[in-house]
Design a protein around this ligand. Structure first.
Ligand code: SAM
Ligand code: DTB
Ligand code: SF4
Length: 315
């Protein structure tokens, strides 16, 4: 779909939009299932990149405390707990520019992936930029999905990040696709962009071949000390419109309600599920920021008669 088509979908009357997206959702997915994904930051802070929204950039004064890369032995208890609590995807994030073959840290991540992979969980990593070779090594170690967000429109991106380009992001995504890993790619709402930027981002995602396996929709968590710390939070109805438009534009993707759920009411989140969101980050911590408590989420799912999705579910 192109920008003009996406604009026509997005700007229709709200109830027409969510009726349409509900129909698309029901035609492709088991109506009561929600994927539960748990995040773990395996290397926190001290990042060389200057992404304006991120608490982990060494360029910002509010940078979170730096921590060393966790070993496989340190990660495994987290993965086991995630599995015991009902998550089916375990996603490990590292705050650095990217990984290179031969680097000891990359070897350590590969070993961690091999061990997590024995648990029967979907294994997702987000490690910054890759070339074909690293992508292939991650695939061989057992990574099922790679998260690499384009975050916003190509036009708005340079105002948010200067240490790498939108084109760099696309190249990494190409390497992930070539290695036959699933691509998890989405963005952030509420960084000061307009609706057109959000839909331009979606237009780029629509052009991916194959389509992204999942699309995380994050709402900016304005982290203290970052250049975006004073951004106004986005309106729940804007989030729901974006969820619905994404569901219609990429029917086979899991649409993940990602960062920022702590700000939304249960009713608001229910509306997002109705509109076609079918995945959440589950567990009280994202990478550095907070997420709803697990028992609150389980309560919400129970109230809505939603059940956790089995691993490796596809349309
Ligand atoms: N360093 C890797 C990278 O940039 O791809 C992986 C980690 S990075 C923290 C993963 C994604 O988290 C970002 O692309 C962005 O979409 C999201 N994110 C980071 N900080 C956020 C914030 N304060 N609010 C909302 N989303 C955020
Ligand atoms: C994604 O799109 N959102 C997640 C995951 N991919 C890695 C990260 C959200 C981070 C929120 C801010 C924080 O925890 O620092
Ligand atoms: Fe580093 Fe990723 Fe944060 Fe950018 S978003 S500063 S690359 S950790």
């Amino acid at each position: 779909m192109n920008l003009e088509q996406l604009e026509a979908i997005y700007h229709q009357p709200f109830f027409d939009l969510i009726t349409q997206s509900r129909e698309v959702y029901l035609a492709h997915w088991k109506r009561h299932e929600v994927q539960l994904c748990t995040l773990l930051s395996i290397k926190t802070g001290g990042c060389s990149e200057d992404c304006g929204y991120c608490s982990q950039s060494a360029h910002h004064k509010g940078e979170v405390e730096r921590e060393k890369l966790l070993t496989a032995d340190e990660v495994m208890p987290h993965a086991l707990r995630a599995k015991a609590n009902g998550s089916t995807r375990f996603c490990m994030g590292a705050a650095w520019r990217g990984v290179r073959e031969g680097d000891g840290k990359f070897e350590q991540v590969l070993e961690t992936v091999r061990q997590v992979n024995t648990l029967g969980l979907e294994v997702c990593v987000t490690l910054g930029s890759l070339t074909n070779r690293e992508a292939q090594l991650l695939k061989e170690a057992g990574v099922t999905a790679y998260n690499h967000n384009i975050d916003t429109s190509p036009e708005f991106y340079p105002g948010i990040v200067s240490t790498h380009t939108f084109e760099d992001r696309l190249q990494t995504i190409k390497a992930v696709q070539d290695a036959n890993m699933a691509v998890c790619c989405g963005g952030i709402l509420g960084m000061g962009e307009d609706v057109r930027d959000r839909l331009r981002m979606l237009e780029v995602l629509c052009g991916f071949d194959p389509s992204p396996e999942s699309v995380p929709i994050n709402c900016l968590m304005a982290m203290p000390g970052t250049p975006l710390e004073d951004q106004e939070p986005i309106d729940i109805f804007d989030l729901v419109r974006m969820v619905a438009t994404t569901r219609i534009a990429i029917p086979t993707a899991k649409v993940r309600l990602s960062a920022g759920r702590t700000r939304f009411s249960l009713e608001g989140q229910a509306l997002a599920f109705y509109a076609g969101a079918n995945s959440i980050f589950y567990g009280e911590k994202l990478l550095t920021a907070s997420n709803p408590e697990e028992n609150e989420d389980l309560d919400l799912l129970r109230k809505l008669d939603l059940v956790p999705q089995a691993p490796f579910a596809t349309v």
